[in-house]
Design a protein around this ligand. Structure first.
Ligand SMILES: [Zn+2]
Length: 203
């Protein structure tokens, strides 16, 4: 168990909290069921504390039936990604409060900034077609030449901003589930925890 926690601290935390690189000064954690870990990040010279509470399970088959369906939908969506430049195939699925499932995948373009990530494709489609309907859960999967089989890909900074604003607008937390190819799964009860100081909103 100690080795697993050390692996999380040394390998996973910097990736999951990449907008914070260079500012991580102290880490505390508590163990709970399924190795639920609470990180407390204190910024130097600032009276601000940010807590990220997430859970790791060995395989997404331990999720509920509904969330397993979301994983399958995200995997199916990743197969349809347009990623000829990165060979990085990402799929996202969104569960709405009405039970409807929306999917998205990354859509690249020869003019690189013109492309869009899978998470934002799914969330923007949701906003365009189901305005005012809250997002309950977001699942992200990824595969490609540069993705290790045990690696959970976390949303980029731009997607974190969009996810955080979605939460802010709907006043309901979005459950974020990140699934690696070997089944390893990270679960965040509040997706906006991954962005410490969102633009335009209260931190
Ligand atoms: Zn992104």
């Amino acid at each position: 168990m100690a080795t697993k926690i050390q692996q999380i601290l040394e390998n996973d935390l910097p990736t999951l909290l990449n907008p914070l690189q260079g500012s991580l000064s102290e880490v505390d954690f508590n163990q709970c069921r399924h190795l639920s870990v609470i990180f407390v990040i204190k910024h130097k010279n600032m009276k601000h504390t940010h807590t990220v509470n997430y859970e790791i399970i060995d395989n997404w088959s331990e999720l509920s039936t509904q969330e397993q369906e979301l994983v399958v939908k995200a995997q199916e969506a990743s197969a349809n990604a347009y990623a000829p430049y990165s060979n990085f195939y990402v799929g996202a699925s969104v569960l709405l409060e009405t039970g409807i499932i929306i999917t998205g995948n990354n859509q690249e373009n020869i003019a690189y900034p013109s492309g869009l990530c899978a998470e934002r494709v799914a969330l923007f489609y949701t906003g365009a077609n189901y305005p005012g309907v809250a997002v309950k859960t977001l699942v992200v999967v990824a595969k490609g030449d540069l993705v290790k089989t045990d690696e959970c890909i976390s949303p980029c900074g731009s997607c974190r901003q969009v996810i955080a604003q979605s939460e802010y607008r709907q006043k309901i937390p979005i459950r974020l589930i990140l699934v690696a190819q070997n089944g390893r799964t990270f679960i965040f009860d509040k997706a906006s925890d991954l962005l410490v100081f969102p633009f335009g909103m209260e931190a």
